[in-house]
Design a protein around this ligand. Structure first.
Ligand code: GRF
Length: 194
């Protein structure tokens, strides 16, 4: 069973729903995220967990973890979730959190990967699905797909093509995880796909 965390449009969530993956719960960091409407239309349980409702980030993350666990979530997917999760959450779901990032990590981690790829003048960027660790977009890489930068690309046009790649990679990574086909060595970072 999959729990998905969102903050925005939810096109990656939609890719998981279209792939008929077992998404049972969708949590948003903010009210009004269009992603919530997608979950509701698919009759999936939703909840919002805004930071300003809590005394601390740890408290919010604790509530969020409890809520996901109450639905039997075994895999947490960050699908455009724009906030960092703290150690207690990461420990509770250790080795069971996937994130999608719109760049070829380890290039351009952080909040503005598409802008930075354009500014840097790279010829190729892309999409990465990786396990989440304590760092920023730094966990073991599961799947990647390159996307060519075209002359005349804007942040919008490039991000749209990268999202196309994310929509292919994220469902595939979830399928591999749920089938028990991803192995992460305790030491080192190279994920093996069985
Ligand atoms: C995706 O490109 C994701 O990698 C990034 O924000 C975007 C979210 O898109 N962090 P959506 O909400 O899934 O449409």
């Amino acid at each position: 069973m999959i729990g998905v965390l969102v903050s925005g449009e939810g096109t990656n969530l939609q890719a998981l729903l279209d792939a008929e993956l077992p998404v049972v719960a969708v949590a948003s960091s903010r009210s009004g995220a269009p992603a919530l409407g997608r979950a509701e239309r698919a009759r999936i349980e939703t909840e919002i967990f805004p930071l300003d409702r809590y005394a601390s980030r740890e408290e919010r993350d604790g509530d969020l973890a409890e809520w996901l666990a109450s639905y039997g979530v075994e895999l947490v997917v960050l699908a455009g979730f724009m906030q960092l999760l703290r150690a207690p959450f990461l420990e509770r779901f250790a080795g069971r959190i996937l994130n999608t990032h719109p760049a070829l990590l380890p290039s351009f981690p952080g909040l503005h990967p598409v802008e930075e790829a354009l500014e840097h003048g790279v010829r190729f960027t892309g999409a990465t699905v990786h396990f989440v660790d304590l760092g920023i977009d730094s966990g073991p890489i599961v799947l990647q797909e390159p996307v060519a930068v075209e002359s005349g690309d804007t942040v919008e046009t490039l991000h749209a093509r990268i999202k196309g790649a994310e929509h292919r990679l994220l469902p595939e990574a979830c399928r591999l995880f749920l089938a028990g086909r991803l192995r992460v060595p305790p030491e080192g970072r190279r994920v093996t796909v069985l």
